[in-house]
Ligand binder design. Sequence first.
Ligand code: A2R
Length: 322
Amino acid sequence: MRVLITGITGFVGSHLTEFALERGADVIGALRWRSKTEHIEHLRERVSLVECDLRDVLSVRGLLEQARPDYIIHLAAQSFVAASWNTPSETLWTNAICQMNLFEAMRQLGSSARFLVIGSSEEYGLVHADELPIRETNPLRPLSPYAVSKVTQDLMGWQYFKSYGMHIVRARAFNHTGPRRGETFATSNFAKQIAEMEAGLREPVVHVGDLKPTRDFSDVRDIVGGYWLLLERGTPGEVYNLCSGVEWSIERMLNFLLERSTLSHIEVRQDPARLRPSDVPVLRGSREKIERTLGWYGVIPLEQTLADLLEYWRRRTKSRPQ
Ligand code: A2R
């Protein structure tokens, strides 16, 4: 089994690689010459890495010729909702065009690889109270440039399945976190700030954005298991939510991390720069479809995930040169 993972150097890519290697797969990872490889250093000897900027159609063709994959998990993306407000065209370009280049190269080469499109709960965007928990059939009302880019990827997956009969399965992952999560993401950012305060590197003030939104969080190690299952047994053309079905406010996650800190008092300060032009107030998914049809559900409690995330930042802060 040869699996091509785009975005292998990213947060999810590193966890998915560990998962795939444990299952005996041959992993081929696509990265750019400038990609930071710190998350996959411990795996480097066990994977094949191919340089490719997925925005470049020739480069993508070369990647597929070299990789000859059975499975493709397309994780590479501009993945950060907040950044998409400042770089809307870059976000749309990267997320839509990279995937289109992969699909077109697959068609040109006659590849019959199974392909997993990585969508997002952000696609649902504005959700009314009577629509919770969110099912796959809910209308898509995206509220950010990132969300629009993910709707594009999602519907493009459906179109290529329908038009060309390609084996494409679509995942809509709700929020996920865990060790190695990028520091721009709220949970990881809070944990990093706390670890740095504990190490005496900053004053005991945690800077936050809007704490009121609630989100449906899973552990990344559960999510990558779901992705694998969708490639193995998901129905082509179908879309599946991956979520816990449990809602936590950002504030509750922050408080959980603060309670685990070794410091007795940390001030919480709202930073206007961290607020977004429009944010999704509530996202809670229904995992009924994937649980009923494929038997998937997450097993790692969010408390464990957050504790592991804080430990990750403590370790990184200690090992950082002062
Ligand atoms: O930016 P780099 O060179 O460090 O690599 C990132 C990669 N990537 C690309 N690779 C090739 N060609 C491109 N034009 C390109 N643009 C981005 O995507 C990095 O390895 C990966 C993104 O990693 P993270 O930001 O850590 O995202 P994460 O959380 O792993 O997200 C995975 C998927 C994405 O589709 C998200 O939108 C979704 O899960 O939530």
